[in-house]
Write a protein that binds this ligand. Structure first.
Ligand code: GRG
Length: 307
């Protein structure tokens, strides 16, 4: 059964326009950030151009949108959420620029365009990634909002994206390339390389919104399940060919000897796992009111995504 037909629930709200409206706000923030960078004489022009090229290449902005939706789900009112959410996209962009490097995945295309290192060279691409990561924490630390909350956000993100999170997952992914990892290895890779940051994005929104412990726990479960499902769907799309629409060849993960859910569990079982994860993610929000509808619909959208 094609992935997009697995989840046949009724859509309760217009999630497409919710995503589009928030994407515009995030892109507006990122445009201002990158124009200031290009005008700043202390930032070398070539570096600013490489950062701009990577950041403004048309990403879906999934992590910032999740942070905003999580913030709204707990009735967040304090300022600074747009800055903090947009900073997540700088971290995400850094991870993609580095992931594409010859020393890692050695990819020529990202989002149907030449990768940053293909255009600007390896050294500038590495430095553009470093600069985006560092600036993300600068943006958060200078955002409006309660300084205690901002420190908690920094702590959350440094953990989610560091050696016990995304970087750790990437390390194991690379170490096991071409080797047959166990199901436990695949779970580690997916929950850390992709899952930890998505869980972190949801938690960051909740922390900025002043969530109670109970609500934070529920949102953490939502983020964990959605984050893992996101990577399982990505693995499935690699095989079913729909990523070819964004310039990736079908079966690229298998060709590189990557450990994926379909390689460990088979395609049908992987679809079933993704479907169940999304059901569990939505169930975790059972005690939330309609303010959490965007999160519920984003989870379903992730299941039906094609790129
Ligand atoms: C280099 C430290 C370091 C980490 C890299 C994120 C990551 C870890 C690797 C990316 C490899 C990859 C393509 C994983 C699949 C899931 C994923 C994170 C896809 C890209 O995220 P999207 O779909 O990208 O949100 P867009 O293009 O929409 O921004």
């Amino acid at each position: 059964m094609p992935v997009q037909f697995i989840c046949n629930r009724i859509i309760h709200m217009d999630i497409t326009s919710y995503i589009e409206d928030n994407r515009k706000k995030i892109d507006g923030f990122l445009k201002k950030y990158i124009s200031a960078k290009k005008r700043n004489n202390d930032c070398p022009k070539e570096l600013a151009e490489a950062m701009s090229y990577a950041l403004m290449a048309g990403g879906k902005r999934v992590r910032p949108i999740l942070a905003i939706a999580s913030y709204e789900a707990v009735g967040g009112r304090s300022k600074g959420i747009l800055n903090v959410a947009s900073a997540l996209e700088l971290i995400h962009t850094y991870s993609l620029v580095h992931d594409d490097l010859p020393a890692m995945d050695d990819d020529d295309l990202r989002r149907n365009k030449p990768t940053t290192h293909r255009v600007f060279g390896e050294a500038t691409a590495i430095l553009a990634g470093d600069a985006l990561l560092t600036d993300a924490f600068h943006i958060i630390s200078t955002s409006d909002g309660d300084p205690k909350k901002l420190i908690t956000v920094i702590e959350e993100l440094s953990h989610a994206c560091g050696p016990e999170g995304m970087v750790g997952g990437q390390e194991v992914d690379i170490l096991l390339e071409g080797k047959k990892g166990s199901k436990k290895d695949v779970l580690y890779i997916h929950t850390h390389k992709t899952g930890a940051f998505i869980r972190g994005a949801v938690r960051v929104g909740a922390l900025m919104g002043g969530a109670s412990r109970k609500r934070l726990d529920a949102l953490t479960e939502y983020g964990e399940k959605t984050g893992l499902a996101f990577q399982v769907i990505d693995d499935i799309l690699d095989i079913t060919g729909t990523k070819a629409e964004i310039g990736k060849s079908t079966g690229a993960d298998a060709a590189k000897g990557k450990n994926t859910y379909p390689s460990a569990f088979g395609l049908e079982k992987s679809r079933e796992i993704a479907d169940n994860l999304i059901k569990e993610a939505v169930h975790a929000l059972a005690d939330f009111n309609k303010n959490a509808d965007p999160l519920r619909e984003i989870a379903r959208y992730i299941l039906s995504r094609r790129n």
